[in-house]
Design a protein around this ligand. Structure first.
Ligand SMILES: *Cc1c(COP(=O)(O)O)cnc(C)c1O
Length: 387
């Protein structure tokens, strides 16, 4: 079956008791056993819950994975993956990743004796150079946040396989509709379900997808042993969100392309970053490994923080808020919001400058969004000379 059909049906049979077409919210902590050791597959709700089982099966299907595991947040899912490692292990990480991932690795995991090398993953040679005998994992995010760099998943997983290193890809920005890292050789895919999967800015969640049996058993063991599981209501909301993922992503992308084209070559804009524009340095790679270009658009406003703030506080439909991937358009200022935990020198060296704003283009009417961006841009003074 094709994607849009699986999004609605995979893992979801009518409720056996009532025929309810939607998988019920099994709001229970425990399950009654018929006799000692005889149960229906569920014993305690941290270990398993039928609403969660349905979501896990559905997301696995969408990523072309044999197995899915869901968590209370994207970072909960990421941490569960990191439990595959032990003190002394080394990880090579793409240097443009979600700020919370940086914080988890740099501030928490490093205290447990796991070491990290942060590299510009656009060039596979940088990854190769960073690999040590104790390297156990390569962690990638593509498109990256907030610079929307495209990382060549296939080239890196080929390298990783030759050295028996596991590759993890955070596929949050693309969503499974636009990119399937497992098909490109990745061992594990991680999602913040808070974003496009949920899609309505009303739930926090995370997911891990894999077809590797051994890793799955260990990840599942840790899901129960560590315990950052989602509640059934949250699973229901994500399951409901996912049903419209295909139509939402099409609408998101159409709007994002229109906005990116509109902003290209505007005098107040120093740089526009959208993988769908031919001017994006990795446009061809995006075309090759993705089924579309997504709906995140980053721009550097000329005049630094002052003008970025003028723009971001002048939009009316684009709400100034963290997060992304919901039906409503959002605008954020990575330096002060999502990437505040990265030291200033490190941040600026990577291009996360004060004038950078990131748009999560929603699915409102295209003309209304264009008009909103246009009126906000008109409030930004045009600088006559370069700063
Ligand atoms: C939001 C996000 C996360 C973290 O997910 P939470 O659900 O907020 O814990 C991880 N990776 C990316 C790319 C994200 O955008």
């Amino acid at each position: 079956m094709k994607f849009a059909t699986r999004a609605i049906h995979a893992g979801q049979e009518p409720d056996p008791t009532t025929g309810a077409i939607n998988v019920p919210i099994y709001q229970t902590s425990t399950y009654v056993q018929e006799e000692i050791g005889k149960h229906k597959g569920y014993e305690y709700a941290r270990t398993g819950n039928p609403t969660r089982t349905a979501l896990e099966a559905c997301l696995a299907s969408l990523e072309g994975a044999n197995h899915g595991l869901c968590f209370g947040s994207g970072l909960g899912a990421s941490m569960n993956i990191m439990h595959l490692l032990s003190a002394g292990d080394h990880v090579v990480v793409g240097d443009d990743v979600y700020g919370g991932t940086f914080r988890l690795f740099d501030k928490v995991l490093s205290r447990f004796g796991v070491t990290f090398s942060w590299v510009d993953a656009r060039d596979v040679k940088n990854i190769e150079k960073a690999i040590k005998p104790e390297t156990k994992m390569i962690w990638l995010e593509t498109p990256t946040n907030p610079l929307l760099q495209i990382i060549d998943i296939k080239a890196i997983t080929d390298l990783a396989k030759s050295k028996k290193i596991a590759t993890v890809v955070d596929n949050t920005f693309a969503s499974p509709y636009l990119q399937n890292p497992l098909a490109l050789g990745a061992d594990i895919v991680v999602h913040s379900a808070t974003k496009y999967l949920g899609g309505h800015s009303d739930v926090v969640g995370g997911a891990i997808l894999t077809s590797d049996e051994e890793m799955y058993e260990r990840l599942k063991f840790h899901q129960n042993a560590v315990g950052s599981v989602p509640g059934p209501m949250d699973c229901f909301l994500i399951l409901r969100g996912v049903k419209t993922l295909a139509v939402r992503m099409e609408a998101h992308q159409k709007n994002a392309m229109a906005i990116a084209k509109f902003l290209e070559n505007k005098p107040q804009i120093e740089r526009i970053i959208y993988p769908g524009l031919a001017a994006h340095p990795q446009h061809d790679l995006a075309k090759k490994q993705m089924n579309g270009f997504g709906a995140m658009v980053s721009i550097v406003v000329k005049g630094g923080l002052e003008n970025a703030n003028k723009f971001a506080s002048s939009t009316k439909l684009f709400a100034l808020a963290e997060s992304l991937g919901g039906v409503e358009s959002l605008i954020c200022h990575p330096v002060s919001m999502t990437h505040g935990s990265i030291p200033k020198e490190v941040r600026e060296a990577r291009g996360i400058v004060d004038g950078l704003v990131r748009l999560s283009v929603g699915i409102e009417d295209t003309d209304d969004l264009l008009a909103d961006v246009e009126q906000a841009l008109a409030k930004v003074p045009q600088l006559t000379e370069a700063k």
